[in-house]
Write a protein that binds this ligand. Structure first.
Ligand SMILES: [Zn+2]
Length: 264
């Protein structure tokens, strides 16, 4: 595992081509495990870190949202509280029955559902740290972010993503833009997205620009007669000059265009 700050560690895996993070944040009383990746065995390094460093802390698993690359390792934590937004358990169950070819089969251990849910916000006061779980819809209905107020650090799930966000909530664009504007109000210095490197706050503006400009450009193209599968809108027009996309994110961009065509 990689130690990011005095109290935060990350473990990165490759999830079907996506670099994907599980994080651990220690407070005086608790050890928060943020996301459980694709399989229980993906969480082995996290369990080892906890065995070494958690001491008497209470372990709390957080699912940032229901997608398979964030919750399918939940079975690595038997008997531990799993916290998520209120919509998450229903969406995990629905995902288990999906015919979507992008969703891998559940691991043989199954996917234990969250045991504690909340609506808008759940706060843990562990002086000198305060941990806020904040509902952040847009990428998915149940997305949440983890804000460590003392450390000024935000674990963003897929609400923020680098090099570009992945559209996944039907009708979610306006909620997502609203969420990003709320995030800009938080006194955050370091952002840890589930996919991508730890970054400064500039990722918020970059993602907002991509989401709004892709929807605008697709709407204009559709009005001009472009079909769902022949949108010629290269990603570079919506990203900073220094951003280079690999094949995986080129495909995410193409899927985003089609997704947006259905929305506008
Ligand atoms: Zn993800």
């Amino acid at each position: 595992m990689e130690q990011l700050t005095a109290s935060v560690w990350v473990h990165r895996i490759d999830a079907e081509g996506f670099p994907t993070v599980a994080a651990v944040a220690f407070t005086p009383k608790r050890a928060f495990v943020v996301d459980t990746l694709m399989r229980p065995q993906d969480m082995r390094p996290v369990l080892e870190l906890l065995a070494e460093h958690a001491g008497g802390r209470r372990i709390v698993v957080v699912n940032t949202h229901h997608h398979w690359d964030h919750v399918y390792g939940n079975a690595a934590f038997p008997g531990v509280d799993i916290v998520a937004q209120h919509a998450c358990p229903r969406l995990i169950l629905a995902q288990g029955n999906t015919a979507d070819e992008y969703v891998p089969l559940q691991p043989p251990e199954g996917v234990p559902l969250p045991t504690i849910t909340f609506g808008d916000r759940l706060t843990y006061s562990d002086e000198p740290e305060t941990v806020h779980l904040i509902h952040a819809p847009g990428h998915s209905e149940d997305s949440l972010v983890v804000f460590l107020a003392g450390a000024r650090l935000l674990m963003a799930g897929d609400t923020l993503e680098w090099p570009l966000p992945n559209f996944a909530q039907r009708g979610g664009k306006d909620a997502w833009i609203h969420t990003l504007r709320q995030l800009k109000q938080l006194p955050v210095e370091l952002i840890v997205p589930s996919h991508g490197p730890a970054m400064r706050r500039t990722i918020i503006d970059a993602n907002e620009r991509y989401i709004s400009q892709v929807h605008e450009a697709v709407a204009a193209a559709k009005k001009g007669g472009a079909g769902r599968n022949d949108l010629d809108l290269p990603a570079a027009a919506f990203l900073g000059d220094d951003v280079v996309l690999d094949d995986v994110y080129e495909e995410v961009h193409r899927d985003n265009l089609v997704w947006a065509w259905d929305e506008v």
